[in-house]
Design a protein around this ligand. Sequence first.
Ligand code: ZN
Length: 146
Amino acid sequence: MGRSKLLTKKRKAFPWKYWGYLFLPIIALGIWTLHFGAAPILVMSGLAAAYMLVQAPTPCGAPKRKASTNAEQLYCRKNAKGLLGGCDIVQHKWANVRLLAARSTWGVFLRNMTSDGKGMAAGVGALASTSSAVIALGTLLFNLSR
Ligand SMILES: [Zn+2]
């Protein structure tokens, strides 16, 4: 993708497609100060994690069909939605889910995602929001059990 195309895209409007990232500083603040309590953190973390998985702008990352058996494996670089989603090519839609379903290909999945700034941000965001969701859930259950 050309740099100019990227810039015009950015200038058009505030990229609301990045809304999920807005939760991260709020969640971080909530955990840091323990001000909101666990339930709102759990809800926000859940939303943020869902956003990273199915809506955040990421590279598609689906393996492309090889030109020949000896050819280097190439991966689709088109824009996609979410860590689990693919681009608009039908065969790519479930490619990442399939990659994750097979444990041996997690490395491939991660490498595809982190080779791009957007994918990296979504990956880190997913990790952060999932762990804060787990922490919040743990705190909530601990409080309930007392
Ligand atoms: Zn694709």
